[in-house]
Design a protein around this ligand. Structure first.
Ligand code: SF4
Length: 377
């Protein structure tokens, strides 16, 4: 891996060491090679020049997350509940008709499906990051992977996320969270350790169920749960603060005590730093995909979803409180750090009752007492 010297002139080439002289032609060529997902879907990749890479949070909920970074636009994993599909609205030539919040059965829109079949690669991401980090307060939190998975399969070939980490390796004092469903993150342990030594770094592996068959239905192209638990273990053994996000909680599907017990016990066995979860958020862009999935695979649950989400995008407070209480109990039982589930992007983690969790066999103990976390897309 070529190093970027601080005194070197900053150019897209120096900020894409993983691609070297293949940029931009190489990335464009890679992007032009459509691949088939293993379920037969054709996935197209397209190189794009992003205008900026640090997206400022515009949440009205006064969350502490300041910026997000998404190295790709779109996501191969194609989770049925994904609420990041809106990021492909730009493919729509005409003005978008957005149904009012709570419209139960919104019409399917072609760009929502394109989100998982037409992936845009931000080829200048690292170059932009180097420039934009100079302009922000390093104490502002940054989350990588709020509207795409930064370790989806194409990352193995193009290394855009890795190129972003190479930028953070040369910086200090930042507060960084990474969210993924992929065990590919363990490829970058070397860089993650370097970042954690001089910055606050919290890793989040999303595992919605320990049941491989259910995961395959919900997240058709994401790695199996056992690979994700193994990634948690490996990251913890490398001394990195790593938790499990069991989000979203899907009423009637993965929110039973038995299902959550399975996730939390395996998270504990992997040495996870914490466990968090928040209920399904059903935006209009994700309703058609999710509701047709429920109709096909869980027809008996249709009335429940109709009741819960007919007039609002969020689960009601009674359900949120019940699930938060259940999560707290499970965290205490398994000695996992816990976090509240009433916010979407950032929140505090509280130490579990008793001694704070230690990694099973840490190579180093960096980042053991961090307090601010991020959630998943
Ligand atoms: S939920 Fe996350 S991993 Fe799944 S498709 Fe959306 S962005 Fe990708």
């Amino acid at each position: 891996m070529a190093k970027i010297e601080a005194s070197s002139p900053i150019t897209p080439d120096t900020l894409f060491p993983i691609l070297g002289d293949r940029l931009p032609v190489g990335l464009a060529r890679l992007a032009a090679e459509a691949t088939h997902a293993d379920d037969g879907h054709l996935i197209e990749f397209k190189a794009m020049q992003a205008r900026s890479i640090l997206n400022k949070s515009v949440s009205k909920r006064k969350l502490s997350l300041a910026y997000s970074i998404n190295p790709f636009r779109g996501c191969e994993f194609g989770c049925k509940y994904c609420y990041a599909r809106y990021t492909h609205e730009f493919l729509q030539p005409a003005p978008i008709v957005t149904p009012p919040p709570g419209t139960y059965d919104a019409p399917q829109q072609s760009w929502a499906l394109a989100f998982e079949r037409e992936i845009y690669l931000k080829e200048n991401a690292a170059w932009l990051l180097e420039q934009e980090l100079k302009k922000i307060d390093p104490r502002d939190e940054i989350a990588i992977g709020t509207a795409t998975d930064p370790y989806q399969p194409i990352e193995r070939r193009v290394g855009i996320t890795r190129s972003l980490l190479e930028v953070f390796v040369r910086r200090q004092g930042h507060r960084l969270g990474i969210i993924t469903k992929s065990n590919l993150i363990t490829r970058d342990i070397d860089l993650l350790q370097q970042i954690a030594a001089r910055n606050t770094l919290v890793l989040h592996i999303t595992i919605t169920t320990a049941d491989a068959a259910l995961a395959r239905k919900l997240e058709p192209r994401a790695p199996r749960p056992d690979l994700r638990f193994a990634a948690v273990k490996k990251l913890r053994e490398a001394g990195l603060t790593t938790g499990v996000l069991c989000s979203p909680l899907l009423p009637g599907i993965n929110d039973s005590l038995r299902s959550l017990e399975a996730v939390s016990s395996r998270a504990a066995a992997a040495g996870a730093s914490f466990l968090g979860a928040h209920p399904l958020f059903l935006k209009s862009c994700s309703r058609p995909t999710w509701l047709s999935f429920v109709r096909e695979h869980f027809p008996d649950l249709q009335p429940e979803y109709q009741r819960r989400y007919a007039s609002m995008d969020f689960a009601d407070s009674a359900y949120r409180n019940r699930m938060a209480s259940l999560l707290r109990q499970l965290c205490r039982k398994h000695g996992l750090g816990e976090r509240s589930s009433d916010a979407l992007l950032t929140r505090h983690v509280y130490a579990a009752a008793g001694a704070p969790r230690k990694p099973p066999a840490p190579a180093r103990s960096a980042q053991s007492a961090q307090t601010t976390l991020f959630a998943t897309a």
